[in-house]
Write a protein that binds this ligand. Structure first.
Ligand SMILES: Cc1cc2nc3c(=O)[nH]c(=O)nc-3n(C[C@H](O)[C@H](O)[C@H](O)COP(=O)(O)O)c2cc1C
Length: 149
């Protein structure tokens, strides 16, 4: 999997005043009619339960200059959620999931299907709101390091 180049995203959700965001690369587009994306989240991590309960998520596609943001949301620094979200400027669109104001693109989604498979659950989300940012270079993760595309 380390040889698989992936666009880094921060996937977020919110439920009852609690919010969570994690850095992911296992996310992609599914269809454009209706606009649909998917993300794969490790369900062996108890803290990811909020993603499966909330029914909403936002995929925030990162630009190359967001590398410190990805690191903050990677779990490596053991930051609290408030400490993670102190990096970057966040607001909300249609679903209430936190959205990164200067993301390359933000896909704000309602979950339409959850598919558990081995360690991960695939969340399929229909895009309720879309925001496009600047045409910055993308942040890509491959061979255990960051690249700019
Ligand atoms: C570049 C990168 C890609 C990642 N991709 C995924 C992914 O696709 N799915 C996933 O469940 N976790 C992925 N992770 C791991 C999560 O970011 C990590 O488990 C999470 O932030 C841990 O948060 P916690 O300490 O609050 O549990 C990735 C981490 C990095 C650095």
């Amino acid at each position: 999997m380390a040889r698989y180049a992936g666009h880094v995203q921060i996937v977020t959700t919110a439920l009852n005043g609690e919010r969570r965001g994690v850095a992911v690369t296992a996310a992609c587009s599914v269809s454009d009619a209706p606009p649909t994306v998917l993300v794969c989240l490790n369900h062996n991590n108890e803290k990811n339960k909020i993603f499966f309960d909330s029914g909403v998520f936002a995929l925030n596609s990162l630009a190359a200059h967001h590398q410190p943001l990805s690191h903050a949301f990677s779990g490596l620094e053991k930051l609290t959620m408030d400490e993670r979200f102190a990096h970057g400027e966040w607001d909300a669109l249609a679903t209430g999931a936190p959205t990164l104001k200067d993301a390359v693109a933000t896909y704000d989604c309602r979950v339409v299907q959850k598919i558990p498979y081995t360690t991960h659950t695939i969340l399929i989300g229909e895009v309720a709101s879309l925001r496009l940012g600047g045409q910055d270079a993308a942040l890509v993760y491959m061979d255990r390091s960051y690249h700019s595309l």
